[in-house]
Design a protein around this ligand. Structure first.
Ligand code: KG4
Ligand code: ZN
Length: 349
């Protein structure tokens, strides 16, 4: 389909996944991931130092496994793409160092790209080229952002982001509150499916009239998390049993309601009829169900990649790298640094 297009090797190390993938054009040849999540679970959160060491140990084996699976020789690679940010500095540095070493040794161009925009770009490998303009909702344990994408390689604007907790982070914190194992997100999802989402009316962050001007497309989940904590504490103090299924369902309903309402309002305001949802939190069933229903009602095409491409992976970085190469953008300098808070309007460095 795209034999004439450059073969891009993508490397992702912004958090706890070491991802390596090969993409030619919009075709994914292989996607290989090693995760250090098991090492973090007992701490109840990602420990950057532990993640960095795990990346260092996994990097060469993961690259070799990726090339071996695709039966591709390193000399066939035309360009190296790597996550330049945002993310954890130590882990990002390991990936960037590996990418620079490869680029230098192979004499091939290096492209430092944006992790969050990669979460949107990966959908092109699954559902094909984006139409002229798409909205992207990127939701995970680390980010909750709404992006207006005119060209995934060169033109992205940030309409809004979370002011405090990311959606997945809020789920994990409420999970801890309910005594669930880390990460709590998938457990709450499971409990919520058996609860009544209308049982408790939890607040909808940043949806008041006064927030419409400045924060129309921003998110805030920390007030919701506190409201859940207060509600649970009050029942505990009264010696009552906690209806965990209803708490989970009502909490999940609030998060899904706010995410979808703001996203669809942004699509309508900007005349966008395609929505891409990415990031590990897009596994959430309450979000998926509500997004499907509301997008159908609004006449918006909803594109969500399979979950293995929503969680952090190398394919998203190779996909964005490939788009950047196609756009004819100049390669990155070999002395680029990593940026833990890389702006979401910067597609590549
Ligand atoms: O993208 P990801 O794998 O890692 C980053 O945060 O970058 O996302 C993981 C986050 C965690 O907070 C996890 O609890 C949440 O997404 N998550 C879910 C579900 N699956 C993963 N939250 C709610 N429902 C789920 N089904
Ligand atoms: Zn991510």
């Amino acid at each position: 389909m795209s034999a004439g297009e450059p073969l891009v090797l993508g490397i992702e190390t912004s958090c706890d996944e070491t991802g390596v993938a090969l993409v030619r054009g919009r075709e994914l040849l292989v996607d290989t991931v090693a995760s250090s999540m098991d090492e973090h679970a007992r701490y109840g959160g990602i420990i950057p130092e532990v993640a960095s060491r795990a990346h260092l140990e996994a990097m060469i084996p993961t690259i070799e496994r990726s090339l071996g699976t695709a039966d591709v020789d390193l000399s066939e690679v035309d360009a190296i793409a790597v996550t330049a940010g945002p993310g954890l500095v130590g882990p990002l540095t390991i990936g960037a160092s590996a990418a620079k070493a490869l680029a230098l040794a192979l004499g091939k161009p290096l492209y430092g790209v944006n992790h969050v925009i990669g979460h949107a770009a990966v959908d092109e490998l699954v559902h094909g080229a984006f139409p002229e303009r798409v909205m992207a909702l990127v939701v995970s344990g680390g980010h909750s952002s709404l992006l207006l994408v005119d060209d995934v390689a060169t033109s992205v604007s940030e309409l809004g982001s979370t002011l405090d907790d990311a959606a997945g982070e809020a789920f994990d914190k409420v999970g801890r509150l309910l005594g669930l194992p880390y990460p709590g997100g998938p457990h709450i999802d499971r409990l919520a499916r058996e609860g009544d989402p209308t049982a408790i009316r939890f607040p909808r962050g940043l949806t008041a009239r006064k927030d419409q001007e400045k924060h129309a497309y921003d998110f805030s989940f920390s007030g919701l998390k506190t409201a859940v904590a207060r509600w649970v504490e009050a029942r505990q103090d009264a010696g009552e049993e906690i209806p965990v299924h209803d708490v989970a369902a009502s909490f999940a309903e609030s998060v899904a309601d706010v995410l979808t309402a703001k996203t669809i309002a942004a699509c309508e305001r900007h005349g966008v009829s395609t929505l891409v949802v990415g990031g590990g939190f897009s596994a959430n069933s309450q979000l998926r169900d509500m997004a499907a229903k509301r997008c159908a009602e609004a006449g918006i095409e909803l594109r969500i990649p399979p979950i293995r491409y929503c969680t952090d992976n190398g394919a998203m970085i190779a996909a964005l790298g490939s788009a950047v190469v196609r756009a004819g953008v100049a390669p990155s300098s070999l002395d680029i640094g990593v940026d833990s808070s890389m702006p979401l309007t910067v597609t590549h460095v």
